[in-house]
Write a protein that binds this ligand. Structure first.
Ligand SMILES: [Zn+2]
Length: 197
């Protein structure tokens, strides 16, 4: 809803017509293959979280520039094919609901839906954030992260799931999501993210 009117401009060279023009897309800093932290079976990232990819993510996440999803998805699909990412269903790491309402979309859901269409795999909302306990506002960041393995609730699912997110840093969040999915019946979980920080 915050999408600006008019054609997008290349996030790198500012030429009109693309969120990222083909020339700059070809020059995105590609992320090399990653070791998957357990319980993820595989983890793949489109780009390194620097320069242009970083501004694409921040625009998508903080400024409502929804068109920035397209070049990130191009990079994600390129890595997914290279690293053999595959599943029966694609889902995403759910974001903060208030942020999504303000922006008009959940940025990880936007990436997941585009990725799923390109990979030819169905997409489903399988994860939700467990409501915060009233006393959680008084916890420190470290305490909250320690509790994050139980932060997600998963819908029952069978087969192999691919979880999409914008950026992976330590992998704690996407691994917590993978754990929740494995507990309810997923046979394997792989991660596909826009950028590796
Ligand atoms: Zn450009």
């Amino acid at each position: 809803m915050l999408d600006l009117a008019g054609p997008p401009r290349c996030a790198s060279c500012a030429v009109l017509g693309h969120a990222l023009c083909p020339t700059c897309l070809a020059e995105l800093p590609e992320c090399p293959p990653l070791d998957a932290p357990p319980p993820l079976a595989r983890l793949s990232a489109g780009c390194l979280y620097e320069s242009v990819p970083r501004s694409l993510v921040l625009g998508l996440k903080l400024r409502g520039v929804r068109t920035n999803a397209a070049p990130l998805v191009d990079a994600m699909c390129r890595s997914a094919w290279r690293d053999g990412i595959d599943g029966d269903v694609v889902t995403w790491v759910p974001g903060n609901r208030a942020d999504a309402r303000r922006r008009g979309y959940d940025h990880a859901e936007v990436l997941a839906r585009l990725v799923a269409a390109r990979l030819g795999v169905p997409v489903a909302a399988l994860l939700s954030l467990r409501a915060a306990k009233p006393d959680q506002t008084t916890l420190t960041g470290a305490q909250r992260r320690a509790g994050s393995k139980d932060a997600f609730v998963a819908r029952n699912v069978h087969g192999r799931v691919v979880i999409v997110d914008d950026v992976v840093t330590t992998g704690a969040t996407i691994c917590a999501c993978a754990g929740a999915l494995l507990r309810v019946g997923a046979t394997a979980v792989e991660g596909l993210v826009g950028c590796r920080a």
